[in-house]
Design a protein around this ligand. Structure first.
Ligand SMILES: [Ca+2]
Ligand SMILES: [Ca+2]
Length: 232
């Protein structure tokens, strides 16, 4: 068989030593070697892809978590979610914009924003990544999704407000005074509280009862006299 010697400058020498294979490779050996390299290269592709997928997945979960915290904080302050992730009173205030706004863009969707959907009553926000296949599938298939519930932040804020109202009311009543039942008109002012106490954590005005120590929040459903009301 013809020998295929790549090392043409190599002189016969004792370097190979007795009994060792001669320098150079046969054509068959080259073909086999190339086949092995090809197989190994092919095997590396899924490993690299899996590594990229894992990094994107971890990045996405972390960003959705950060956005979730930001949306929760926004709801606590405003009694509602922002209309979009790009809203000027949300992006840059409750979440950092990041380089090229990467905090609100999907790792698998190029420059595409994360999906952002508000429920019909606007009390639940859903943030969605297109996932590894890069296709938006409304939260299904491989999409990665995170839901944020406004009732959590709204109730938290309302409870804090009611605690502070209780302190003010205690002093007010100790002075022998009584409420009029008109919270937005005079009761809140008479208690020495600012306008941030006009409305509860869901944006509904508190209701005070005349000459009775009752302050009521309509709760998450924004309707009074239902099971989710919060009272003092
Ligand atoms: Ca998808
Ligand atoms: Ca209610």
């Amino acid at each position: 068989m013809d020998r295929y010697n790549f090392n043409t400058n190599r002189r016969n020498s004792n370097c190979s030593g007795p009994g060792r294979p001669a320098a150079g490779m046969t054509l068959l050996e080259v073909v086999v070697a190339l086949a092995i390299v090809s197989i190994l290269a092919g095997a590396m592709v899924p490993i690299i892809v899996a590594q990229v997928d894992r990094e994107n997945y971890l990045k996405t979960v972390k960003e959705l978590d950060t956005l979730s915290d930001g949306l929760d904080a926004y709801f606590e302050d405003h009694g509602a979610f922002p209309v979009s992730l790009e809203s000027s009173d949300f992006l840059g205030r409750y979440v950092q914009t990041g380089v090229d706004r990467d905090t609100i863009t999907d790792a698998w969707g190029g420059a595409r924003l994360y999906g952002y959907v508000l429920s019909r009553n606007k009390d639940m926000a859903t943030i969605i990544s297109v996932g590894p296949n890069g296709i938006a599938e409304q939260g299904k298939a491989d999409d990665i999704m995170c839901k944020v519930y406004g009732a959590v932040a709204g109730n938290r804020r309302t409870r804090t407000q009611l605690d502070l109202i209780a302190l003010a009311l205690e002093q007010f009543l100790a002075g022998g005074k009584s409420l009029t039942g008109n919270w937005l008109g005079v009761d809140r002012e008479n208690l020495g509280l600012g306008t941030e106490f006009d409305r509860d954590g869901f944006g509904t005005p508190f209701k005070s009862a005349g000459d009775c120590i009752s302050i009521r929040s309509a709760g998450p459903d924004r309707r009074f006299n239902t099971g989710d009301d919060l009272t003092l």
